[in-house]
Ligand binder design. Structure first.
Ligand SMILES: [Zn+2]
Ligand SMILES: [Zn+2]
Length: 426
C-alpha cells in the first residue's frame, strides 16, 4: 500500500498531483477519480501506454495528458466528486434522512452545487412542496376537473394517490376517479394495498376492472394469462412487460372513454420521464411535448410526480403511509424489462449522480424545442381490436406489423393465435 503520485496535466499545462496506490490498474484509478478514458493520453516514463492495461507502479512516472480543454479538476471539485483540500466537506448529521443536490448554472454560465439536508419532517414538507409546485407550474390539474387516476397498487401510483390527498387543499379543486386493472399479473397484495389506500384516503369514486373486462377489451381467445405467457416465450421479457403495460392502458383508455374523462394521470416519476427522454434519443420512440404532459390522440397523459424521484417517493411513503403501503410489490416474470429498456434507467441514475438535476435541464429543453420549432405532430390511430390509441413510434420504415389496422401487440397476438383475425391482410 504505497502512495504514488499520478500527474494530471491539463491543456493550460497546469499539473495536478493525484494520490494513487501502487498495484492498482490505471483503468480502475481513472474510474475512481471520474477521469473519462477518452479525455486523457497516458505517458509512463515519457512513453505512451494503454490506460486499459497498465498497472500503476511505485518506480514509474505516470502523466495523464488531457486531450480535452475543459477544466476536469475544477468540475470534479465543484461537483464534489473529489473531496480534497479546497472542497467544502458535508458535516456529519445524524438527524438528516436525505440530502438533495442540485446543480445550478448562474447567469455568467458558472455552476454551483447546492446541497440541502432534511430531517424527516422537513423531508415530508419538501416532497409535498415539490409536488404542489410541479402540479401548479405546469397546470396539471384544472379547477373543477376530473382526473382518471390509474392505480396499480405499486409504490409509484400509491405515492401519487397519497400526495394528491395529503395536499388536496393546496391544489385546484378536483375529482379523482380511481381505477385499477385487476387480476392481471399484478400481485394480490398490490390490489389489497390499492383498495386500502383508497378507503383510508377517502376516495369514493373507485372502480376495479375485473379480468372479464380485460379479456373483453383485448378480445383474447384464451384469456390474458395464456396470451402474456405466449408473448414471454416467443418474444422475451422486453415484449411481455410492454404487453402488460399495453393491456392496462387499453383498459384504462376504454374506462376513461366510458366515463367521458380524457385526462389520465399516471404514477410516472422523475426517472421514468428522464429515462423516456433517453429512450427517445437511443431508440427513436416518441415523447410528449413536455415531461409531465403528453397529448395522446383524444387523451392527455399527465405525470404529476414528474419532479419527484423514485427514492424520494419511496422515502415519503415510508414516512407517511402504513408500513404495508411502502413495500414494492414483488416483481413477476412479466414486469422485468430487457437491457434495451433498463440501460436507460442506469444512465439516468449515473448521469444524475454526477450532474444532479440534469433531468430538469432536459425537460426544459424538450419544452423549448416543442415551443420554438415546428415539430411534426404524430399521427394517432385507434386499434381495431383493442381500441388503444397508438402511434408509429419507430416510423413506418421499421414497422413490423403484419396487420396494419391493428396495433403492434394485437398484430403479434393475431400471429400467435391469441386474438382472432378481424380482417385479412391487405
Ligand atoms: Zn390493439
Ligand atoms: Zn407483441
Amino acid at each position: 500500500m504505497n502512495p504514488v503520485k499520478v500527474l494530471l496535466k491539463d491543456r493550460l499545462d497546469q499539473v495536478h498531483a493525484l494520490n494513487a496506490v501502487a498495484g492498482t490498474p490505471l483503468r480502475q484509478f481513472l474510474k475512481q477519480k471520474y477521469i473519462p478514458r477518452d479525455s486523457i493520453i497516458c505517458y509512463v516514463n515519457n512513453e505512451i501506454i494503454d490506460d486499459q492495461t497498465y498497472i500503476i507502479k511505485q518506480s514509474e512516472e505516470v502523466v495523464l495528458d488531457m486531450v480535452r480543454a475543459y477544466q476536469l479538476p475544477e468540475y470534479c471539485r465543484t461537483l464534489r466528486l473529489w473531496e480534497d483540500g479546497s472542497v467544502e466537506a458535508t458535516p456529519e448529521n445524524s438527524e438528516s434522512v436525505y440530502t438533495k443536490n442540485v446543480l445550478w448554472f448562474n447567469d455568467s454560465g458558472i455552476c454551483d452545487l447546492k446541497e440541502t439536508q432534511f430531517n424527516k419532517e422537513e423531508f415530508i414538507q419538501y416532497v409535498n412542496d415539490m409536488f404542489v409546485q410541479g402540479v401548479m407550474d405546469k397546470s396539471l390539474i384544472k379547477e373543477g376537473g376530473s382526473i382518471v387516476l390509474a392505480l396499480s397498487g405499486g409504490r409509484d401510483s400509491l405515492a401519487l394517490l397519497y400526495l394528491l390527498r395529503i395536499n388536496k387543499d393546496r391544489l385546484p379543486k378536483h375529482h379523482i376517479i380511481g381505477v385499477t386493472v385487476a387480476e392481471t399479473v399484478a400481485a394480490p397484495e398490490d390490489m389489497k394495498r390499492a383498495k386500502e389506500a383508497i378507503t383510508n384516503l377517502d376516495v369514493t369514486d373507485y372502480t376495479i376492472l375485473p379480468l372479464e373486462y380485460v379479456n373483453e377489451t383485448m378480445r383474447f381467445k384464451n384469456g390474458f394469462g395464456t396470451a402474456i405467457e405466449k408473448v414471454l416465450t416467443t418474444e422475451g421479457r422486453g415484449h411481455s412487460i410492454t404487453l402488460w403495460h399495453h393491456v392496462m392502458r387499453s383498459c384504462i383508455e376504454r374506462f376513461a372513454r366510458e366515463r367521458g374523462v380524457f385526462n389520465i394521470s399516471f404514477g410516472y416519476h422523475f426517472e421514468d420521464l428522464l429515462a423516456s427522454v433517453f429512450r427517445s434519443y437511443t431508440l427513436g420512440t416518441l415523447i410528449g411535448e413536455t415531461a409531465p404532459i403528453r397529448t395522446w390522440g383524444e387523451f392527455t397523459h399527465v405525470s404529476p410526480l414528474w419532479t419527484i424521484t423514485k427514492k424520494e417517493l419511496t422515502l415519503y411513503l415510508n414516512f407517511v403511509a402504513p408500513e404495508t403501503h411502502s413495500k414494492q410489490g414483488s416483481p413477476t416474470d412479466y414486469d422485468r424489462g430487457d437491457h434495451n429498456r433498463d440501460i436507460n434507467y442506469f444512465m439516468t441514475d449515473l448521469l444524475s449522480s454526477v450532474w444532479p438535476g440534469l433531468g430538469f435541464n432536459m425537460f426544459e429543453s424538450l419544452e423549448r424545442l416543442t415551443d420554438n420549432y415546428a415539430i411534426k405532430q404524430p399521427r394517432f390511430d385507434t386499434c381495431e381490436n383493442c381500441n388503444i390509441t397508438y402511434t408509429h413510434a419507430y416510423g413506418e420504415d421499421v414497422d413490423q406489423r403484419k396487420y396494419k389496422h391493428v396495433c403492434n401487440h394485437c398484430s403479434h397476438l393475431i400471429e400467435v393465435g391469441e386474438i382472432s383475425i378481424l380482417r385479412p391482410v391487405r
